[in-house]
Write a protein that binds this ligand. Structure first.
Ligand code: S5P
Length: 276
């Protein structure tokens, strides 16, 4: 197998069983990007102006593996401004992940991939809740198919926020069962604030799907309005394949250095894991 440019190790060697078992083409793309960038950091770019977003990505883009957006947060959104921003993200070798948290029935979710934001045309990955049943994944994939593209769905199996109802008995199991055999499922969202919960989720999921985790910050503990944070190294060690970090990076006065610190921690944790 060919070594990725800039990567000193083969993705298969670094990712081990995850690389061999994954059944969604984007999952391998992500694992390759992570090796090239030596980072498992997905930036939650939760800023509300296009200039702020562009400045942020220029500051930290080299240290990221993917970019997570909330397109409906942006006050001065325009189609042209967004297209330029997506092109900039691609120039930093980043997969684009719109955290839309779709939740409706399949046909409506398909339509919501279009609309004013036309998510299907630029996002590689989207999030979805499984509350409406497993067909939402097919609806979202049909949305990409409508414009001749392919993408992957991240199903929310756990959440990082206090008191969330995904903690009710049976929900996480149901979500994993619904998604584990669907090739349109890129992976699952797990609770980055709890290594114990992540260990349990990884056992349920096995190696076939990725787990990405929000609720990660170097300052562990309670955040604003019910958010909870765990340590990035602990999350990767417990089985997360990507740490979603927002305010831990964009609220820092040293964004570049902090992004690099998260990248280094995540990469070293992955290397430690593959050596186990
Ligand atoms: O359970 C979740 C799922 C998600 S996708 N908890 C979360 O916080 N998120 C998202 O991760 C949330 O929408 C936000 O964009 C990001 C966390 O941001 P931070 O500033 O707390 O790191």
């Amino acid at each position: 197998m060919r070594t990725q440019p800039g990567c000193l190790m083969e993705p298969a060697e670094v990712w081990g069983a995850r690389w061999d078992a994954c059944d969604n083409s984007l999952s391998r793309r992500y694992m390759e990007v992570a090796c090239r960038k030596q980072s498992l950091v997905i930036l939650a770019a939760d800023l509300r102006t296009m200039s702020g977003l562009n400045e942020l990505i220029d500051q930290v883009g080299p240290h990221l593996a993917a970019l997570k957006t909330h397109v409906d947060l942006v006050d001065d959104w325009t189609a042209k401004g967004w297209a330029d921003f997506c092109a900039k993200a691609s120039s930093y070798d980043l997969l684009l992940f719109e955290d839309r948290k779709f939740a409706d029935i399949g046909p409506i979710s398909r339509g919501q991939m279009a609309g004013a934001y036309d998510i299907r045309s630029w996002a590689n990955i989207v999030t979805a809740h499984g509350i409406s049943g497993p067909d939402i994944v097919d609806g979202l994939c049909a949305g990409w198919n409508d414009v001749g593209r392919e993408g992957g769905v991240l199903l929310l199996a756990q959440m990082s926020s206090r008191g969330n109802l995904l903690e009710l008995p049976g929900y996480t199991d149901g979500m994993v069962q619904a998604g584990i055999s669907n090739p349109g499922v890129f992976g699952f969202i797990g609770n980055g604030s709890s290594p114990d919960e992540l260990t349990v989720l990884r056992k349920k999921v096995g190696d076939k799907k990725l787990i990405w985790t929000p609720g990660v910050n170097l300052a562990v503990g309670d955040g604003e309005m019910g958010q909870r944070y765990g340590n990035p190294n602990d999350a990767i060690q417990a089985g997360s394949d990507g740490i979603i970090v927002g305010s831990g990076i964009y609220k820092s006065s040293e964004r570049k250095d902090v992004a690099k610190a998260y990248a280094d921690i995540s990469w070293q944790a992955l290397l430690g894991r593959s050596g186990q």
